[in-house]
Write a protein that binds this ligand. Structure first.
Ligand SMILES: Cc1cc2nc3c(=O)[nH]c(=O)nc-3n(C[C@H](O)[C@H](O)[C@H](O)COP(=O)(O)OP(=O)(O)OC[C@H]3O[C@@H](n4cnc5c(N)ncnc54)[C@H](O)[C@@H]3O)c2cc1C
Length: 88
């Protein structure tokens, strides 16, 4: 829902920084959780390299690290949405 909202705001030329950051945060966490559940569901076969799922888990870290981490997204929300002072 947040991805759609951010995309709609962007497509309509409206400010979307908070929504885009929120969407990126939620999508990254959802992807990571899904991969972790997949590995644990498949047990040893989830961990084994030849079944690919372990690669998805590793790659699900990418959107949690780059181009910005969850902590920096939270810094953005804190400053730009909640009006809190810069924390770093
Ligand atoms: C696969 C991949 C491809 C990449 N491609 C590119 C590319 O094409 N171009 C490019 O320019 N870069 C690229 N990068 C780099 C990427 O942009 C950085 O890795 C990313 O911005 C995180 O910065 P960092 O690695 O310096 O980690 P850091 O910023 O040092 O983060 C390390 C930890 O410190 C935390 N942290 C940092 N600052 C704060 C703060 N103020 N408050 C609280 N916590 C904080 C972070 O949340 C994280 O947990 C790529 C990275 C990867 C993994």
């Amino acid at each position: 829902m947040m991805v759609w909202k951010a995309a709609w705001l962007y497509d309509n030329g409206k400010p979307c920084g908070a929504e885009a950051n929120t969407a990126k945060y939620l999508a990254a966490e959802a992807a990571h959780q899904a991969c972790q559940t997949a590995v644990l569901t498949l047990g040893g076969m989830g961990y084994a390299r030849e079944y690919q799922v372990e690669r998805y888990l590793r790659e699900s870290y990418i959107p949690r690290i780059a181009p910005v981490s969850a902590q920096l997204i939270m810094c953005h929300i804190a400053e730009r949405v909640l009006g809190l002072p810069k924390s770093y």
